[in-house]
Design a protein around this ligand. Structure first.
Ligand code: SF4
Length: 223
């Protein structure tokens, strides 16, 4: 029987190696709440550039709301890091500044990609195509920008398939020649911490994933 991998432990092993500190990480983010814990967890170790690339979000106003919250959170984290660095100037382990780039918001690309899979339930085949779409762009840009690693915040969600995300990430890493940072951010209390941080920073927290199909599914579900 194949050994079940623990991606959270694999990530921690990478972060235990001091030679990896300060390496560049291109982090695909789906939204501010999911990124909150991930940024808190990684920002003292990696030089992070967030890629906000989510053409899967159907409604323009929803997209705008989420991207603005993402920018606000990063700005607040950076101010906080600056203050902390001033207070403990001698500390070499202070957080790195986080940068952000916004990808193309091309909804049609998403709809074309998931054609025929509209009726799939959240977590099924349509989502795998959606992961692939977003991670492929992340890997491509990571390569263009000369990043050391790339990964995604998506593994923090209990509704996302972390095994599949890591499988896609590893394949794209080979194709592009950029290292994939393994993750299962929901582990080690990550998901719970993202809820706490969302409250702390008063983040807009949507109640559906992003596409029109997930919105309809949420509206007709009993919870
Ligand atoms: S439910 Fe979420 S992950 Fe799945 S296709 Fe829709 S936006 Fe993408």
């Amino acid at each position: 029987m194949e050994n079940k991998r623990n991606f959270a432990i694999e990530l921690d092993k990478i972060m235990k190696n001091p030679e990896n500190r300060g390496k560049t990480l291109f982090l695909h983010s789906c939204c501010a709440p999911c990124s909150s814990y991930v940024l808190e967890y990684l920002r003292n170790f990696f030089r992070i550039t967030v890629l906000y690339y989510n053409p899967n979000i159907t409604a323009d106003e929803e997209y705008e709301k989420r991207v603005e919250e993402q920018k606000r959170l990063i700005a607040e984290f950076n101010v906080q890091a600056e203050v902390e660095a001033e207070v403990s100037a001698e500390c070499s382990e202070s957080a790195f500044e986080i940068a952000i780039v916004e990808g193309n918001y091309d909804k049609q690309l998403f709809f074309d990609s998931v054609k025929g899979l509209e009726k799939c339930k959240e977590g099924g085949e349509r989502c795998f195509v959606c992961y692939e779409l977003r991670l492929a762009e992340t890997a491509k840009q990571a390569k263009q920008l000369g990043m050391d690693y790339f990964t995604t915040t998506l593994t923090i969600s209990p509704l996302k398939n972390a095994v599949k995300l890591n499988e896609i990430g590893e394949r794209l890493a080979k194709e592009q020649g950029v290292m994939w940072l393994p993750s299962d951010f929901k582990k080690k209390g990550g998901y719970q911490r993202s809820i706490e941080l969302s409250k702390e920073y008063d983040l807009y927290r949507q109640n559906y994933c992003g596409c029109i199909y997930s919105k309809m599914e949420r509206e007709t579900s009993s919870y």
